[in-house]
Design a protein around this ligand. Structure first.
Ligand SMILES: *[C@@H]1O[C@H](CO)[C@@H](O)[C@H](O)[C@H]1NC(C)=O
Ligand SMILES: *[C@@H]1O[C@H](CO)[C@@H](O)[C@H](O)[C@H]1NC(C)=O
Length: 243
């Protein structure tokens, strides 16, 4: 008996385990799937949500007309949200701040963390452009007072100012601040804050559903062999591997 358990514990033993899994054939699976009803309106809502969140404003407008699906936010605001986000992505932070304020001045007033990150991004852009004196002045006048209010702001400020201490920033420990990814991070904070001001969630729902699918499949893998979706872009059901 104990030998049996030792064998099971070995790498080869797993195959023996696999035989206890239930096999679900393609036929059975497709029958089960065809019994699940999905409402067209629900799918349309998900598509609309995706277009709105990703900023495909013209597509969203067309889709609204063609499918009769009403978006849950005013489509005209998508353009403004995208413009603010794009401004950060291009390094025009002052412009972005102005756009956010035009959109709704309460966003920055009520969100000190976002405001700090935008100011920090502005400092990063000054440093990137080699405007050392302007950068130091800006850090002292605009960012240092925020650092006094909040320890974590102070640490971020120190990390950012440290960029000025290196000859070769591409190779320094804080060089990541100059990466495109830093701009993208700040831009997505802007995006999320504007959406929040519209009482909207910050993430599109379609990707969450796909994540859920991947998770559910991985749970099911432990119990059964079944036609699996391995490629999300084709959503093809792959035949279960022979047991
Ligand atoms: C400081 O900022 C962090 C986020 O950067 C926030 O979580 C924290 O609540 C702030 N602390 C104070 C005292 O405002
Ligand atoms: C999924 O299938 C498409 C079309 O056949 C292919 O181009 C793509 O590379 C596949 N993706 C993965 C992750 O295998």
């Amino acid at each position: 008996m104990s030998l049996f358990w030792i064998v099971l514990g070995q790498p080869g033993g797993l195959e023996e385990m696999a035989t206890s899994k239930k096999l679900i054939t393609r036929e059975e699976w497709e029958k089960k799937l065809s019994d699940v009803k999905i409402r067209k309106e629900d799918m349309n809502k998900l598509v609309m949500d995706f277009l709105v969140m990703e900023g495909y404003v013209e597509a969203a407008e067309k889709f609204r007309v063609e499918s009769g699906t009403e978006p849950d936010i005013d489509l005209a605001t998508i353009t403004d949200r995208m413009a603010a986000k794009k401004a950060v992505q291009c390094g025009n932070v002052e412009d972005a701040i102005e756009k956010v304020n035009d959109f709704n001045p309460e966003i920055l007033d009520t969100n000190p963390q976002l405001f700090f990150h935008l100011q920090q991004q502005r400092l990063i852009e000054l440093i990137r452009d080699g405007k050392v004196e302007e950068a130091l002045e800006f850090a002292q006048e605009e960012l240092a007072p925020r650092g006094e209010e909040n320890q974590s702001f102070l640490e971020e400020l120190e990390r950012t100012v440290a960029l000025l201490a290196f000859e070769d920033v591409s190779n320094c420990p804080v060089g990541d601040l100059l990466d495109m990814s830093q701009r993208l991070k700040t831009a997505s904070e802007v995006d999320a804050a504007i959406l929040a001001s519209q009482s909207h969630e910050k993430d599109p729902k379609l990707p969450s559903l796909l994540k859920m699918l991947i998770w559910a499949q991985s749970q099911l893998d432990e119990k059964a062999a079944y036609p699996r979706i391995n490629n999300l872009s084709t959503a093809t059901l792959e035949d279960p591997r022979d047991l």
